[in-house]
Design a protein around this ligand. Structure first.
Ligand SMILES: [Zn+2]
Length: 505
């Protein structure tokens, strides 16, 4: 009178295997689920009962108790529906126990008995495989995504009846015919843009290359229409492929966010996310009423987070970016405990020079007061800008100035970036860093020899840069040396790095 099978619940991006146990007692008909279920899971009772009768089977007229263990894991959502139905029908002797006991069942049930796709199937399947269970039944709408997990023996089912028939039930009949498939997510165009589309803007293009080579965060200031967005969109195209671990994490985030296109395989190219400044904090950082969904900062994991008109973002959102910039993850606090999502991204900020956007050159046409101008950019100041190594001005391209022949393509620039990154990785491996942007100030000051540092210290003495600004210039100088293939930065690199930080002055 006991039926058993397995399912998976997600805590953050980690799939935990759970046991689903159904017990039938000969007393008044009832159906209870125990083991920390949230509201959505509580509604599973209605879905499971309806789906069973829609599949041509009788729901047992007994007292049915379903236990989800371990009870200590917070469980939410509808992904355990299928496992609950299977365990109850095993307990009711409607299907034999052996096959279901050794399989993992994932999927939401519709009242009509169809198995509906769920978000986050990839990390769930990965969690089951990691726990040693490889036979996994998933909604047919999630099959392509589930197959991305190595070592998983996945079976896609369209309905509960189809699964029960496979388990040997002779009574199961599917009533609904069309399987439920997920609508494909909107196709990102980030992989189809190229740096050769950007004419002129030699300084800004150079800053973009340096940002890519050292992993430096970047602030671009300039009037509207100078191509800041166009440049930012082309940063992922010159970054190297994601390392395997990061690719799995990025794919898992998009699986949970519902923005994964499984036909494209694992996400191996750096993603690009550009939330609008009017987007809610939950949309940007992550959160939501019932389940804490990953936000734009996590969807940008391994790639680029672009904040256009950055001073327009709420102070609260800008403040929240500090945690992921430091730790590479975001912690969202929920009723059942904290949820962690990865959020290691390269930050690109774009800002107009002033609220009206016309303060550049001789400043003619700007209608802002000096106070308004100061206040505008100071919204970004402090701890956030402390982490932004590169600050460049993007000025309007003068007519005719663009006619400098064919602009270099992303592939050409990416090759130099990859070579520079390799140099940095080899040099920094012992210290545990991957790229120059991560290097601590003390290391920089100890390793950058006296004469090379001189321009930075002179700028510091003259009050042109802060002490942190000098560190950032040294960090960028190492990247410039890496791009030149030099062992260590020379005075010219440090001077150039100071120029790439004009925003400091
Ligand atoms: Zn203005």
């Amino acid at each position: 009178m006991i039926g058993r099978t397995r399912s998976v619940v997600l805590v953050g991006l980690t799939g935990h295997l759970i046991e689903v146990e159904a017990h039938l007692a000969a007393s008044l008909p009832a159906f209870t689920i125990v083991g920390l279920p949230d509201t959505a899971l509580g509604e599973a009772r209605d879905r499971v009962r309806a789906a069973t009768s829609s599949s041509g089977l009788l729901w047992p007229a007994r007292r049915v108790t379903v236990n989800l263990t371990p009870a200590s894991l917070p469980k939410s959502g509808s992904v355990t529906d299928l496992a609950i139905a299977v365990a109850a029908l095993v307990a009711a002797d409607q299907i034999p126990p052996a096959a279901p006991a050794s399989a993992v069942h994932l999927g939401e049930l519709g009242l009509d008995g169809r198995v509906r796709p769920v978000r986050g199937i990839l990390p769930m399947v990965a969690g089951a495989v990691e726990a040693g269970l490889t036979r996994i039944v998933v909604p047919v709408g999630n099959l392509a995504e589930a197959r991305l997990v190595e070592g998983a023996d996945v079976l896609g089912v369209a309905s509960l009846a189809e699964l029960l028939a496979m388990y040997g039930s002779t009574e199961a009949v599917a009533t609904a015919s069309e399987p439920v498939l997920e609508a494909p997510p909107p196709v990102s165009h980030a992989n189809r843009v190229d740096l050769s589309d950007v004419q002129g803007q030699a300084d800004a293009r150079w800053a973009l290359e340096v940002a890519a080579a050292g992993g430096h965060h970047l602030l671009m200031t300039g009037p509207p229409g100078t191509g800041k967005t166009m440049l930012a969109e082309r940063l992922p195209g010159i970054l190297p492929d994601l390392p395997a671990r990061e690719a799995v994490a990025a794919t898992s985030v998009h699986s949970l966010a519902g923005t994964l296109d499984p036909s494209a395989g694992l996400i191996s190219r750096p993603p690009f996310e550009a939330p609008h400044h009017s987007a809610s904090a939950a949309a940007i950082v992550g959160g939501g009423a019932r389940l804490a969904r990953p936000g734009a900062i996590s969807r940008a994991h391994g790639g680029v987070l672009f904040l256009d008109e950055a001073p327009e973002f709420s102070a609260r959102v800008l403040q929240t970016l500090r945690q992921p910039l430091e730790s590479g993850e975001i912690v969202l606090h929920r009723a059942h405990g904290a949820v962690r999502y990865p959020a290691r991204f390269q930050l690109v900020l774009a800002a107009n020079p002033c609220p009206c956007g016309r303060f550049h050159g001789n400043g003619a046409g700007c209608t802002c007061t000096p106070l308004e101008r100061r206040r505008y950019l100071s919204r970004l100041s402090g701890p956030l800008l402390d982490r932004v190594d590169l600050q460049v001005a993007v000025l309007p391209v003068r007519l005719g100035a663009a006619a400098g022949g064919e602009a270099e393509s992303s592939v050409e620039v990416a090759a130099r970036v990859a070579a520079a990154r390799r140099r940095a990785r080899e040099r920094l491996a012992d210290a545990g860093w991957r790229m120059n942007a991560e290097v601590a100030g003390a290391w920089l000051r100890a390793r950058t020899s006296g004469p090379a540092c001189a321009p930075a210290w002179r700028a510091l003495e003259r009050g042109l840069v802060s002490a942190r600004g000098a560190d950032r210039a040294l960090r960028v100088a190492w990247t410039l040396a890496d791009l030149d293939g030099d062992e260590a930065p020379g005075a010219a690199h440090v001077e150039q790095a100071l120029l790439l930080r004009r925003g400091d002055s």
